[in-house]
Design a protein. Structure first.
Length: 308
């Protein structure tokens, strides 16, 4: 039987114009997602100060390759919003925009004349998605990905997290908020026949994104006593003969296949939490090479992945 052909992207945001003032990672990452969904994306950046001719977005300075990947298909304009010329350029773009994406503190937006009340009065159909550090009255507090992860309990030791979890989760929430705004506008238009439905204001807090990612830990799932926190012998990282192996044999049939391969007798789920089972599976993996384990995952249908 032939496999179905992959579908073309739905482009659910085709025809929606998004203007972004958001710098660093969360805003551009959200814009990248929105562009993939068909939105027409424009970004207004401040002039470069460190090196003329480069981006005014800090990401463009400290990681040009990441900046380039984030802005594929995005029209990037430059404007100093503290000047009359910059304000003129901004409002020219706003006049043809459905959703504005920001990542400034509320006080900074107010100084630029971009508070929600002022924008809504001037552009009633414009929606705003505001990326902030923390919600509500805490939006003025300084912070970054690392501090939001720490607050959510996701920095257990001295090592830095493997990636920028709060920023990337926040970018997904921001793109989700843009979708909500577009759906709201379409719903109002189709329901009332109003060609200029009223926009909405949606706030996305990176600290809340971090707390959302932390929910499995909060529930105990990824704590040391949790099934996916190391207590279940089939869901762990083990050393092998020439590297490491991550095994995720959590479901009973996967656990049974793992135990059979390792020569371990496990009569029921409780046995997977027993110290003797842990020791036996660890001993099995220590005696295997990565190549042997790569073959095992195919032959025995065990979810595992080897690492150097």
């Amino acid at each position: 039987m032939s496999l179905p052909r992959p579908r073309s992207p739905l482009r659910a945001l085709r025809g929606v114009r998004v203007l972004s003032l958001a710098l660093n990672l969360p805003g551009p990452a959200a814009l990248m997602r929105l562009r993939a969904m068909g939105a027409t994306c424009t970004k207004l950046e401040p002039p470069a100060t460190a090196k003329p001719g480069t981006s005014g977005d800090p990401m463009g300075q400290y990681n040009p390759a990441a900046y380039a990947a984030l802005h594929v298909g995005v029209k990037v304009l430059t404007a100093d919003l503290k000047t009359d010329a910059g304000q003129k350029r901004l409002h020219t773009e706003l006049a043809r925009t459905q959703v504005l994406l920001t990542s400034f503190r509320p006080s900074a937006l107010a100084k630029l004349g971009l508070g929600w009340k002022a924008l809504h009065a001037r552009y009633p159909s414009l929606s705003v998605v505001a990326i902030v550090g923390a919600p509500g009255v805490r939006a003025e507090e300084p912070g970054h990905d690392l501090t939001y992860l720490a607050e959510a309990g996701l920095v257990p030791g001295l090592a830095l997290p493997a990636t920028l979890f709060a920023d990337m989760a926040g970018s997904l929430m921001a793109s989700e908020a843009v979708l909500q705004a577009a759906l709201h506008q379409n719903e109002r238009y189709s329901g009332s026949g109003d060609p200029h439905p009223r926009g909405v204001y949606l706030e996305v807090a990176l600290s809340e994104a971090a707390h959302y990612l932390a929910l499995p830990r909060t529930w105990g799932l990824t704590q040391p006593t949790g099934a996916v926190g190391g207590a279940h012998a089939g869901y762990r990282v083990y050393p092998c003969k020439d590297g490491r192996v991550t095994v995720a044999a959590l479901e009973p049939h996967f656990a049974a296949s793992l135990c059979q391969a390792a020569g371990v007798v496990a009569s029921d789920l409780r046995a997977m939490f027993a110290p003797a089972t842990h020791e036996a599976i660890a001993a099995f993996f220590r005696a295997q090479t990565r190549e042997q384990l790569d073959r095992l995952t195919v032959a025995q249908d065990i979810p595992l992945h080897t690492l150097p």
